[in-house]
Design a protein around this ligand. Structure first.
Ligand SMILES: C[S@@+](CC[C@H](N)C(=O)[O-])C[C@H]1O[C@@H](n2cnc3c(N)ncnc32)[C@H](O)[C@@H]1O
Length: 624
């Protein structure tokens, strides 16, 4: 790790096969750096350790290696260990690279108490083949800990689930209140770790006591309502007075940070071992899925509450917006997730729209513009109250994360997101409703969105009351697009995901984009009328791309879902003559999939025409 010579990262990485277009330098100020906004603010805020991180090398648009120039690190092992720990809080790139003259020392990134020598990776390229280093890292993922790397999302899930559990089981707090209380404490912790509690008269050291008793918790909570607005994470009246002391121990723990803010290098799954200045906001939506999985498995199964991993949501929004940009400026795009859940698509859509606005205006959007983009260009529907509360929390936090100047926090006041950006499509306490599939979604949403994206519920045989209304709406949409004598499209076994595709044809603008993660039965099932359902859908909608994820089930690409999935991209029009879709079949690749990655190689994707799908419904099976 010797490093007296000033290292030019671009120059130094060329011999390791770097593609300059995939290299992001943190000293530049560009929209493509928005996914690293927390790193930029920490560096700008004087974080000496992170100032040594000079860049990121990306693969397929996702971070692969964080780069530190050896001259910025010197012989300081402890500093390398601290940097490795902070980067592990992000839960994205698997590697850290120290770049020296003719050298690239690679370390794997994980939440552990390994010393650098133990985390060092033998990349395994032969001498003289150094040019293959970065490609080999991307494809083979050498040296990653066997089994699952300790992922920040799992740690936050466990801690969050534990806190919500204890409030419910030990302190007798109800579901929605427990989520709101923990969410408020977590929100305060996010603000504290990002030095944004100034106007509450506390700083990072004194923030730890903000939820330790009823009086301070009520005061902190009132401050949150006054500063941000009252609609996020509502609690029932008089809650602070009713809570037992145990509850304040649970909430207080969430605020606990390592003494003096300096992370310990030993590793244990504890709140005070985390640094929320670097934990991505998207982790929250996964947290909610975990909570549901544990607390309402039947409801999760019925409502299809399986949430989408961030990398897949990023990929789909990026693909959808790139397609939008072919017909209309992407920075003005309106984006809808009609089954938003805890908001993973909305959060990444918001960030990508901000990047598009920055590209279009040449200037990083300020607080006012961030609000305008959030209120005017991002919309989510759902039927699940708790999920919408997590989505609201995520969008507030992302707004703060994307703000280059979030101070003074009083300027961060938000309008109510609920009823405006986030719309609940079911009555309070209404367990079973048609939600976005029924008349609850009015004409004001027809033809309004440039991109309709999401992962609708895949549940089947749901016997939802009023299902005939869903069929009537789909038959009307189909009749407007298919030849007059075409039979009404069936919805086999009352599956929920297909009707979302049909409704999206109404919500999207003409020639707008639709990108959905769906159950792969749409492509491969031959019985129960699925052949006719497939024929009708591909005859009514110009499907441009299909990613067949069947081989990747039960890998870390989408760990919580056992069902075979596919991703469908479409332009909102009836397919023109000769139109067809590119079919991409990502293959099983052990280490790559184990690290959550999949190879999307569109270059040799097979083109299947809409006509072929209509004439040969088994065509997808035949193309495997
Ligand atoms: C598979 S989850 C996906 C959530 C989120 N889009 C994601 O990808 O992480 C499906 C979501 O659909 C919601 N949902 C189920 N039925 C619905 C309906 N009829 N209308 C609107 N949302 C519905 C569930 O509450 C759940 O949040």
């Amino acid at each position: 790790m010797t490093g007296s010579v000033k290292i030019d990262l671009v120059e130094a990485l060329r011999q390791f096969g770097a593609d300059e277009a995939a290299l992001r330098l943190l000293d530049s100020n560009e929209p493509a750096l928005l996914p690293y906004a927390t790193l930029l603010s920490a560096r700008d805020g004087g974080d000496e350790d992170l100032q040594a991180v000079g860049g990121i090398y990306e693969w397929q648009g996702a971070p692969l290696v964080f780069l530190v120039a050896a001259d910025r690190l010197g012989e300081d092992e402890a500093r390398l260990q601290r940097i490795r720990r902070l980067l592990a809080m992000r839960g994205d790139a698997p590697y850290l690279g120290v770049v020296g003259v003719g050298r690239l020392d690679i370390y794997h990134i994980s939440l552990d108490d390994y010393r650098p020598t133990e985390a060092r990776v033998d990349v395994g390229v032969a001498a003289g083949q150094e040019i293959a280093t970065l490609a080999h890292l991307a494809n083979a993922r050498p040296g990653l800990p066997p089994g699952n790397r300790q992922w920040i999302s799992q740690v936050v899930l466990k801690l969050l689930g534990g806190s919500i559990d204890t409030l419910k089981t030990v302190c007798g707090v109800d579901d929605d209140d427990a989520i709101s209380l923990v969410g408020r404490a977590l929100f305060t912790r996010f603000l504290g770790d990002r030095h944004l509690l100034g106007s509450l008269g506390v700083d990072i050291r004194t923030a730890t006591g903000l939820f330790d008793d009823a009086a301070s918790a009520a005061k902190t909570s009132d401050w949150l309502d006054a500063t941000f607005n009252g609609d996020f994470l509502p609690t029932s009246p008089g809650i602070w007075e009713r809570l037992p002391q145990d509850a304040f121990r649970v909430l207080g723990d969430i605020l606990r940070r390592a003494p003096g803010g300096q992370l310990r290098l030993g590793w244990e799954e504890r709140w005070d071992n985390l640094d929320f200045a670097h934990i991505p906001v998207g982790v929250l939506s996964q947290a909610y899925e975990h909570y549901l999985h544990r607390h309402a498995p039947d409801r999760q199964r019925r409502e299809g509450g399986f949430y989408t991993p961030r990398p897949i949501a990023d990929l789909m929004v990026r693909g959808g917006l790139n397609a939008v940009a072919r017909t209309t400026p992407a920075h003005g795009a309106r984006i809808l997730d009609p089954a938003a859940g805890a908001g993973v698509f909305l959060i990444t859509a918001f960030r990508q729209l901000v990047a598009e606005n920055w590209r279009a205006s040449g200037r990083r959007p300020d607080t006012h513009e961030l609000r305008r983009i959030l209120y005017d260009q991002v919309t989510g529907f759902d039927i699940n109250e708790a999920a919408l509360r997590f989505a609201a929390l995520g969008l507030y936090l992302m707004s703060i994360e994307l703000d280059a100047h979030p101070e003074p926090v009083r300027k961060l006041k938000f309008e109510n997101l609920r009823g405006h950006v986030l719309l609940k499509m079911s009555g309070d306490g209404q367990e079973r409703s048609l939600g976005s599939l029924g008349p609850a979604v009015g004409d004001e949403h027809v033809g309004q969105y440039d991109l309709v994206v999401g992962n609708p519920p895949w549940a089947t045989s749901t016997r939802l009351p009023g299902w005939h209304e869903v069929q009537a709406i789909i038959h009307r949409i189909a009749a407007e697009r298919l030849p007059p004598d075409y039979p009404p499209p069936p919805i086999p076994n009352e599956v929920l995901d297909l009707p979302f595709v049909w409704r999206a044809m109404e919500w999207a603008k003409p020639l707008g984009q639709i990108a959905f993660a769906l159950h792969a039965r749409l492509l491969f099932q031959q019985r129960d009328g699925m052949q006719s359902a497939r024929r009708a859908l591909f005859a009514a909608l110009d499907v441009t791309g299909v990613v067949n994820g069947v081989e990747l089930r039960q890998t870390r690409v989408w760990p919580e879902v056992a069902a075979p999935f596919c991703i469908l991209y479409a332009r909102n029009q009836v397919p023109p003559q000769g139109a067809g879709c590119r079919l991409v079949n990502p293959r099983l690749e052990g280490a790559l999939n184990q690290s959550g990655g999949m190879r999307i190689d569109g270059t040799n994707a097979e083109l299947i025409t809409a006509q072929e799908i209509v004439e040969t419904p088994e065509i997808f099976k035949l193309s495997l």
